[in-house]
Ligand binder design. Structure first.
Ligand code: ATP
Ligand code: MG
Length: 309
Protein backbone atom coordinates (compact mmCIF):
# COMPACT_ATOMS: atom_id res chain seq x y z
CA UNK A 1 0.00 0.00 0.00
CA UNK A 2 1.47 3.42 -0.86
CA UNK A 3 2.40 5.61 2.11
CA UNK A 4 0.14 8.61 2.59
CA UNK A 5 2.51 11.31 3.86
CA UNK A 6 5.96 12.32 2.67
CA UNK A 7 8.80 10.15 3.92
CA UNK A 8 11.12 10.94 6.80
CA UNK A 9 14.55 11.03 5.17
CA UNK A 10 17.58 10.24 7.31
CA UNK A 11 21.12 10.19 5.99
CA UNK A 12 23.87 8.18 7.67
CA UNK A 13 27.51 9.21 7.53
CA UNK A 14 30.51 9.39 9.77
CA UNK A 15 33.71 10.17 8.01
CA UNK A 16 35.63 7.02 8.78
CA UNK A 17 35.32 3.84 6.72
CA UNK A 18 34.22 0.58 8.28
CA UNK A 19 32.64 2.00 11.46
CA UNK A 20 29.33 0.26 10.77
CA UNK A 21 27.21 2.76 8.80
CA UNK A 22 25.71 0.21 6.41
CA UNK A 23 25.17 -2.29 9.23
CA UNK A 24 23.25 0.34 11.19
CA UNK A 25 21.16 1.34 8.15
CA UNK A 26 20.20 -2.29 7.44
CA UNK A 27 19.26 -3.08 11.04
CA UNK A 28 17.32 0.13 11.74
CA UNK A 29 15.47 -0.38 8.46
CA UNK A 30 14.61 -3.99 9.27
CA UNK A 31 13.22 -2.98 12.69
CA UNK A 32 11.14 -0.14 11.23
CA UNK A 33 9.69 -2.60 8.68
CA UNK A 34 8.90 -5.15 11.38
CA UNK A 35 6.90 -2.41 13.13
CA UNK A 36 4.79 -1.83 10.03
CA UNK A 37 6.62 1.02 8.32
CA UNK A 38 7.59 0.99 4.67
CA UNK A 39 11.31 1.64 4.31
CA UNK A 40 13.46 2.76 1.40
CA UNK A 41 17.19 2.06 1.48
CA UNK A 42 19.38 4.27 -0.67
CA UNK A 43 23.06 3.60 -1.12
CA UNK A 44 24.50 6.98 -2.02
CA UNK A 45 28.05 5.63 -1.94
CA UNK A 46 29.04 5.95 -5.57
CA UNK A 47 32.60 4.83 -5.05
CA UNK A 48 32.22 1.59 -3.10
CA UNK A 49 28.57 0.65 -2.79
CA UNK A 50 27.81 -2.39 -0.67
CA UNK A 51 24.57 -1.72 1.18
CA UNK A 52 22.85 -4.22 -1.14
CA UNK A 53 24.94 -6.98 0.45
CA UNK A 54 23.55 -6.04 3.90
CA UNK A 55 19.93 -6.49 2.79
CA UNK A 56 20.21 -9.69 0.79
CA UNK A 57 20.61 -8.34 -2.74
CA UNK A 58 23.52 -10.09 -4.41
CA UNK A 59 23.49 -8.25 -7.71
CA UNK A 60 21.09 -5.32 -8.06
CA UNK A 61 19.36 -5.24 -11.45
CA UNK A 62 19.53 -1.43 -11.52
CA UNK A 63 21.68 1.07 -9.65
CA UNK A 64 21.77 4.80 -9.08
CA UNK A 65 24.19 4.98 -12.02
CA UNK A 66 21.34 4.02 -14.39
CA UNK A 67 19.36 7.00 -13.13
CA UNK A 68 22.21 9.54 -12.90
CA UNK A 69 23.44 8.44 -16.32
CA UNK A 70 19.96 9.00 -17.80
CA UNK A 71 19.34 5.38 -18.88
CA UNK A 72 16.37 5.12 -16.54
CA UNK A 73 14.17 8.21 -16.36
CA UNK A 74 12.28 7.64 -13.11
CA UNK A 75 14.13 7.30 -9.82
CA UNK A 76 11.50 4.86 -8.54
CA UNK A 77 12.26 2.56 -11.49
CA UNK A 78 15.78 1.77 -10.22
CA UNK A 79 14.46 0.51 -6.85
CA UNK A 80 14.69 -3.24 -6.29
CA UNK A 81 13.19 -5.55 -3.68
CA UNK A 82 15.26 -6.66 -0.70
CA UNK A 83 15.02 -9.61 1.70
CA UNK A 84 13.41 -7.27 4.26
CA UNK A 85 9.64 -7.38 3.67
CA UNK A 86 8.03 -4.00 2.91
CA UNK A 87 11.28 -2.35 1.87
CA UNK A 88 13.04 -1.40 -1.35
CA UNK A 89 16.62 -0.55 -2.20
CA UNK A 90 18.19 1.89 -4.61
CA UNK A 91 21.70 0.58 -4.92
CA UNK A 92 24.83 2.63 -5.33
CA UNK A 93 27.36 1.96 -8.02
CA UNK A 94 30.98 1.09 -7.69
CA UNK A 95 32.00 0.27 -11.21
CA UNK A 96 30.99 3.33 -13.21
CA UNK A 97 33.89 5.62 -13.99
CA UNK A 98 33.23 9.29 -13.40
CA UNK A 99 30.17 8.83 -11.24
CA UNK A 100 32.02 8.89 -7.95
CA UNK A 101 32.07 12.67 -8.41
CA UNK A 102 28.64 13.68 -9.62
CA UNK A 103 28.09 17.31 -10.53
CA UNK A 104 26.00 19.48 -8.24
CA UNK A 105 23.17 19.47 -10.81
CA UNK A 106 23.10 15.66 -10.76
CA UNK A 107 23.03 15.67 -6.97
CA UNK A 108 20.22 18.24 -7.04
CA UNK A 109 18.17 16.10 -9.42
CA UNK A 110 18.55 13.17 -7.08
CA UNK A 111 17.78 15.20 -3.96
CA UNK A 112 14.67 16.72 -5.51
CA UNK A 113 13.24 13.34 -6.33
CA UNK A 114 14.05 11.31 -3.22
CA UNK A 115 11.22 12.92 -1.24
CA UNK A 116 8.67 11.71 -3.83
CA UNK A 117 9.48 8.05 -3.37
CA UNK A 118 6.97 5.77 -1.69
CA UNK A 119 8.09 5.07 1.89
CA UNK A 120 7.54 6.10 5.51
CA UNK A 121 11.28 6.24 6.12
CA UNK A 122 14.12 6.58 3.64
CA UNK A 123 17.59 5.75 4.97
CA UNK A 124 20.42 7.15 2.87
CA UNK A 125 23.78 5.41 3.43
CA UNK A 126 26.45 7.95 2.53
CA UNK A 127 29.54 5.81 2.57
CA UNK A 128 32.88 6.91 4.01
CA UNK A 129 34.62 10.25 3.67
CA UNK A 130 33.99 13.90 4.51
CA UNK A 131 34.39 15.47 1.09
CA UNK A 132 31.70 17.63 -0.47
CA UNK A 133 30.05 14.74 -2.31
CA UNK A 134 29.22 13.15 1.00
CA UNK A 135 28.63 16.23 3.14
CA UNK A 136 26.33 17.92 0.58
CA UNK A 137 23.97 14.98 0.94
CA UNK A 138 24.20 15.05 4.72
CA UNK A 139 23.46 18.79 4.82
CA UNK A 140 20.58 18.50 2.35
CA UNK A 141 18.37 16.30 4.53
CA UNK A 142 16.78 17.55 7.74
CA UNK A 143 17.82 14.45 9.69
CA UNK A 144 21.21 12.77 9.84
CA UNK A 145 22.98 10.15 11.90
CA UNK A 146 26.71 10.29 12.41
CA UNK A 147 28.27 6.92 13.24
CA UNK A 148 31.62 6.41 14.91
CA UNK A 149 33.39 3.92 17.08
CA UNK A 150 34.93 5.24 20.26
CA UNK A 151 38.54 5.36 19.04
CA UNK A 152 40.21 8.77 18.67
CA UNK A 153 40.79 8.47 14.92
CA UNK A 154 37.12 7.75 14.22
CA UNK A 155 35.93 10.47 16.60
CA UNK A 156 38.26 12.95 14.91
CA UNK A 157 36.91 11.95 11.50
CA UNK A 158 33.32 12.21 12.72
CA UNK A 159 34.04 15.74 13.96
CA UNK A 160 35.58 16.72 10.62
CA UNK A 161 32.61 15.22 8.84
CA UNK A 162 30.09 17.23 10.91
CA UNK A 163 32.13 20.40 10.58
CA UNK A 164 32.30 20.09 6.79
CA UNK A 165 28.61 19.25 6.54
CA UNK A 166 27.70 22.27 8.67
CA UNK A 167 29.88 24.60 6.61
CA UNK A 168 28.47 23.23 3.35
CA UNK A 169 24.90 23.54 4.60
CA UNK A 170 25.41 27.09 5.85
CA UNK A 171 27.28 28.25 2.76
CA UNK A 172 24.52 26.93 0.46
CA UNK A 173 22.06 29.28 2.19
CA UNK A 174 23.84 32.35 0.83
CA UNK A 175 25.10 33.75 -2.44
CA UNK A 176 28.82 33.22 -3.20
CA UNK A 177 29.67 36.93 -2.76
CA UNK A 178 27.78 37.43 0.50
CA UNK A 179 29.43 38.64 3.71
CA UNK A 180 28.38 35.45 5.41
CA UNK A 181 29.99 33.09 2.93
CA UNK A 182 33.18 35.04 3.10
CA UNK A 183 33.23 34.81 6.90
CA UNK A 184 32.57 31.07 6.81
CA UNK A 185 35.99 30.49 5.35
CA UNK A 186 37.51 31.94 8.51
CA UNK A 187 35.95 29.14 10.46
CA UNK A 188 36.92 26.56 7.87
CA UNK A 189 40.52 27.54 8.47
CA UNK A 190 40.83 28.58 12.15
CA UNK A 191 44.63 28.75 11.92
CA UNK A 192 44.47 31.58 9.41
CA UNK A 193 44.74 35.25 10.36
CA UNK A 194 41.51 36.29 12.08
CA UNK A 195 40.29 32.67 12.12
CA UNK A 196 37.53 31.74 14.56
CA UNK A 197 37.15 28.59 16.61
CA UNK A 198 33.44 28.01 16.78
CA UNK A 199 30.27 28.54 14.80
CA UNK A 200 28.87 30.65 17.65
CA UNK A 201 31.93 32.92 17.63
CA UNK A 202 31.46 33.37 13.91
CA UNK A 203 27.75 34.10 14.18
CA UNK A 204 28.17 36.68 16.92
CA UNK A 205 30.89 38.43 14.94
CA UNK A 206 28.82 38.77 11.76
CA UNK A 207 25.53 39.47 13.53
CA UNK A 208 25.85 43.28 13.38
CA UNK A 209 27.05 43.36 9.79
CA UNK A 210 24.57 40.79 8.46
CA UNK A 211 21.68 40.36 10.90
CA UNK A 212 19.27 38.74 8.44
CA UNK A 213 21.81 36.22 7.22
CA UNK A 214 22.80 35.38 10.79
CA UNK A 215 19.18 34.82 11.72
CA UNK A 216 18.70 32.50 8.77
CA UNK A 217 21.84 30.59 9.70
CA UNK A 218 20.66 30.14 13.29
CA UNK A 219 17.26 28.94 12.08
CA UNK A 220 18.87 26.42 9.75
CA UNK A 221 21.05 25.07 12.56
CA UNK A 222 18.12 24.87 14.99
CA UNK A 223 15.84 23.19 12.45
CA UNK A 224 18.03 20.15 11.91
CA UNK A 225 18.00 16.86 13.76
CA UNK A 226 21.48 15.40 14.04
CA UNK A 227 21.98 12.14 15.88
CA UNK A 228 25.00 10.24 17.14
CA UNK A 229 25.51 6.47 17.35
CA UNK A 230 28.65 4.94 18.83
CA UNK A 231 29.28 1.47 17.41
CA UNK A 232 31.43 -1.50 18.46
CA UNK A 233 31.25 -0.64 22.13
CA UNK A 234 33.23 -2.93 24.46
CA UNK A 235 33.19 -1.10 27.79
CA UNK A 236 31.56 1.75 29.66
CA UNK A 237 34.32 4.14 28.65
CA UNK A 238 33.34 3.68 24.99
CA UNK A 239 29.78 4.77 25.76
CA UNK A 240 31.13 7.81 27.60
CA UNK A 241 33.18 8.79 24.54
CA UNK A 242 29.88 9.49 22.76
CA UNK A 243 28.70 11.83 25.48
CA UNK A 244 31.95 13.76 25.45
CA UNK A 245 31.86 13.99 21.66
CA UNK A 246 28.28 15.31 21.68
CA UNK A 247 29.30 18.03 24.16
CA UNK A 248 32.22 19.13 21.99
CA UNK A 249 30.04 19.24 18.89
CA UNK A 250 27.44 21.36 20.68
CA UNK A 251 30.11 23.75 21.91
CA UNK A 252 32.06 24.26 18.69
CA UNK A 253 29.57 23.57 15.93
CA UNK A 254 26.32 24.83 17.50
CA UNK A 255 24.67 21.56 16.49
CA UNK A 256 22.31 20.02 18.97
CA UNK A 257 23.67 16.50 18.60
CA UNK A 258 21.35 13.90 20.17
CA UNK A 259 23.19 10.82 21.36
CA UNK A 260 20.54 8.25 20.38
CA UNK A 261 22.40 5.12 21.38
CA UNK A 262 25.30 2.73 21.06
CA UNK A 263 25.78 -0.74 19.62
CA UNK A 264 27.94 -3.27 21.35
CA UNK A 265 30.66 -5.21 19.60
CA UNK A 266 28.84 -8.40 18.64
CA UNK A 267 30.63 -11.45 17.19
CA UNK A 268 27.32 -12.53 15.60
CA UNK A 269 27.67 -9.68 13.13
CA UNK A 270 30.08 -11.77 11.11
CA UNK A 271 27.50 -14.48 10.57
CA UNK A 272 24.96 -11.88 9.58
CA UNK A 273 27.34 -10.44 7.02
CA UNK A 274 27.99 -13.85 5.52
CA UNK A 275 24.25 -14.50 5.33
CA UNK A 276 23.74 -11.02 3.78
CA UNK A 277 20.96 -10.27 6.25
CA UNK A 278 20.57 -7.74 9.06
CA UNK A 279 21.37 -9.48 12.35
CA UNK A 280 18.02 -8.40 13.86
CA UNK A 281 16.20 -10.54 11.26
CA UNK A 282 18.13 -13.71 11.97
CA UNK A 283 19.00 -13.91 15.64
CA UNK A 284 16.65 -12.91 18.43
CA UNK A 285 19.40 -13.50 20.95
CA UNK A 286 22.04 -11.31 19.29
CA UNK A 287 23.37 -8.89 21.89
CA UNK A 288 23.36 -6.01 19.42
CA UNK A 289 19.63 -6.48 18.77
CA UNK A 290 18.46 -4.56 21.83
CA UNK A 291 20.87 -1.76 20.96
CA UNK A 292 19.44 -1.44 17.44
CA UNK A 293 15.92 -1.50 18.87
CA UNK A 294 16.67 1.30 21.33
CA UNK A 295 18.26 3.41 18.60
CA UNK A 296 15.28 2.85 16.29
CA UNK A 297 12.87 3.82 19.06
CA UNK A 298 14.73 7.08 19.63
CA UNK A 299 14.96 7.77 15.93
CA UNK A 300 11.24 7.25 15.42
CA UNK A 301 10.39 9.52 18.34
CA UNK A 302 12.77 12.29 17.31
CA UNK A 303 11.83 12.30 13.62
CA UNK A 304 8.11 11.55 13.69
CA UNK A 305 7.29 12.39 17.27
CA UNK A 306 5.62 9.02 17.68
CA UNK A 307 6.14 5.85 19.68
CA UNK A 308 6.56 2.54 17.79
CA UNK A 309 3.32 1.31 16.20
N1 ATP B 1 28.56 -3.75 16.43
C1 ATP B 1 29.34 -4.51 15.65
N2 ATP B 1 29.96 -5.60 16.17
C2 ATP B 1 30.75 -6.37 15.39
N3 ATP B 1 31.00 -6.15 14.10
C3 ATP B 1 30.43 -5.07 13.53
C4 ATP B 1 29.56 -4.19 14.26
N4 ATP B 1 29.11 -3.23 13.41
C5 ATP B 1 29.68 -3.49 12.21
N5 ATP B 1 30.46 -4.59 12.27
C6 ATP B 1 31.25 -5.17 11.18
O1 ATP B 1 32.21 -4.20 10.75
C7 ATP B 1 32.40 -4.25 9.35
C8 ATP B 1 32.14 -2.89 8.73
O2 ATP B 1 30.76 -2.59 8.85
P1 ATP B 1 29.99 -1.75 7.73
O3 ATP B 1 30.24 -2.30 6.38
O4 ATP B 1 28.60 -1.61 8.20
O5 ATP B 1 30.77 -0.37 7.89
P2 ATP B 1 30.63 0.95 6.99
O6 ATP B 1 30.85 2.09 7.90
O7 ATP B 1 29.37 0.92 6.23
O8 ATP B 1 31.85 0.76 6.01
P3 ATP B 1 32.18 1.60 4.67
O9 ATP B 1 32.77 2.89 5.16
O10 ATP B 1 33.16 0.75 3.97
O11 ATP B 1 30.90 1.81 3.93
C9 ATP B 1 31.48 -5.34 8.85
O12 ATP B 1 32.21 -6.52 8.73
C10 ATP B 1 30.43 -5.46 9.92
O13 ATP B 1 29.85 -6.75 9.99
MG1 MG C 1 29.03 1.09 4.16
Amino acid sequence: MPSSSSPVIVSIGGGKGGVGKSTLVANIGAILCSEGSRVGFIDADLGGANLHLCVGVRRPKFTLADYLGGRVKELSAVAVETMVPNSWLISGASDILGLANPKYAQKRKLLNNIGRLDADFILVDLGAGADTNVTDFFAAFPFGIVVSDSLPTSIENAYGFLKNATLRGLSRLFAPQSVFRHQLYRFADPGSKGGVNSVEELLSQVEREAPEETKRAREWLAGRGTFLVINMVREREDVEAGRKFADIVKKYLSINLFYIGYVIQDPKMRKSQKAMRPVVTMDDAAAARECFRAITRNLRTLTKGEAPG
